[in-house]
Design a protein. Structure first.
Length: 392
């Protein structure tokens, strides 16, 4: 880890001096701008939880079937701390060029926590009509114009789709934008017979495809899109094709902002939604999920507030399950969350607190081996989060 961090820091310093030197050359116009933040989170949970990175990325409370699941726990972490380099350079055959490299110390897994992890890495070509992004960037169903502003790093998961993917993205400009994306999987991958891996999508030989229309301006924005994913669970099976749909809206009146989003889709475990894949008589079948979330937020010069609410419902499998199941909570019947927050800010510093109540209703396959029915009482977790953020 120390060797890795040393190499990263040396590279960053070298790139900075290179950028400053080249930016003074009028015919090159090469430059780099560094930004990021230091963030520390203090977390207290009333129940054991299903999470990533030692409890930092909270999904939902653990089932009470696990021994000791009702015990509380706490942690303090600064792994969300982030560094971003934004590049600019000479034109490419008349297209304006730019790029981004962004990383954090979140690691790739629990054993790798504190490890430097690639978040975004892309180049961008722009003209008056079109933007083209090539590289790793947000999944198109994580809409950067409309996403939850929670202090928790889960950013509304499992209600909000969350993933970053290697991709080719084309976005038109204007009041109505058309977004077309062709992409694969890497850090956020589908789940199946051999674990969580991008192998299923790579072996399908068909990249994921997405089309979206987005309309509006600064005060209001809305849109809808459709996503198509093909995966091959084993080399001897046929492809399993799943579709997902998204619709969203945001409007701002004065200092108050309202956001609303709905998602309906199949086999979206790669987006950290409750869903999955299972064996069926016809080969494999997908789980279907409905999610909706809303947020109201506002603030003044030195204070801000917000309240997030989300609900997701498991609508069962498309065909009867005859064997094993894989996914992220594929038999959870529903999850609900409400999370108010309050923060204070001055200069580059912000300190905030968030109270996150999440309830999960665990279930099981119904007699038809397709539907998911509730089993026992719902379980809940109450998280108190205090965060300090220094941006630069």
């Amino acid at each position: 880890m120390k060797k890795q961090l040393t190499v990263v820091l040396i590279a960053l310093v070298g790139l900075t001096f290179y950028g400053y030197g080249q930016s003074n050359t009028a015919d090159q116009k090469v430059g780099i701008k560094w930004s990021g933040f230091v963030k520390v989170d203090y977390m207290l949970d009333s129940h054991q939880t299903v999470t990533a990175r030692e409890g930092h990325f909270l999904l939902f409370p653990s089932s009470d079937a696990a021994a000791g699941s009702t015990r509380a726990n706490f942690n303090i972490l600064a792994v969300q701390t982030r560094l971003k380099g934004a590049f600019s350079g000479p034109d490419f055959f008349g297209w304006k060029t730019s790029g981004v490299i962004e990383g954090a110390f979140f690691g790739h897994s629990n054993p790798d926590i504190n490890g430097f992890r690639l978040r975004h890495a892309f180049v961008k070509l722009s003209n008056d009509k079109v933007d083209i992004i090539m590289g790793q960037y947000w999944h198109p169903m994580f809409v950067t114009a409309v996403f939850p502003g929670t202090y928790s790093f889960n950013t509304g998961v499992p209600f909000q789709p969350f993933s970053r993917n290697p991709q080719l993205r084309i976005t038109t400009k204007g009041k109505v934008k058309f977004i077309a994306v062709m992409f694969s999987e890497r850090d956020f991958a589908s789940r199946g017979p051999i674990g969580t891996t991008s192998t299923y999508v790579r072996d399908a030989l068909i990249p994921q495809l997405h089309a979206q229309l987005q309309f509006g301006g600064k005060s209001s924005v809305g849109g809808f899109g459709v996503n198509l994913k093909s995966m091959r669970p084993t080399l001897t099976s046929d492809n399993v094709t799943s579709t997902s749909f998204i619709s969203y809206f945001k409007t701002k009146t004065g200092s108050t902002t309202f956001k609303l989003e709905g998602v309906y889709g199949e086999n979206m475990s790669d987006l950290l939604s409750i869903s999955g894949l299972a064996e069926s008589a016809g080969g494999y079948t997908s789980n279907q999920t409905l999610s909706v979330w809303s947020e109201l937020s506002g603030g003044k010069e030195h204070s801000e507030w917000g309240i997030f609410a989300g609900y997701t419902k498991n609508n069962g499998f498309k065909e009867a399950v005859t064997g094993a199941m894989w996914g992220l909570g594929p038999t959870i019947e529903n999850v609900f969350r409400i999370a108010p927050r309050l923060g204070w800010k001055s200069g580059k510093m912000k300190i905030g607190t968030e109270f996150e109540y999440t309830s999960a209703q665990y279930g099981a396959l119904a007699a038809n081996n397709m539907d998911i029915v509730a089993s026992g009482s719902s379980v809940s977790n109450f998280r108190v989060l205090v965060t300090a953020i220094y941006g630069f």
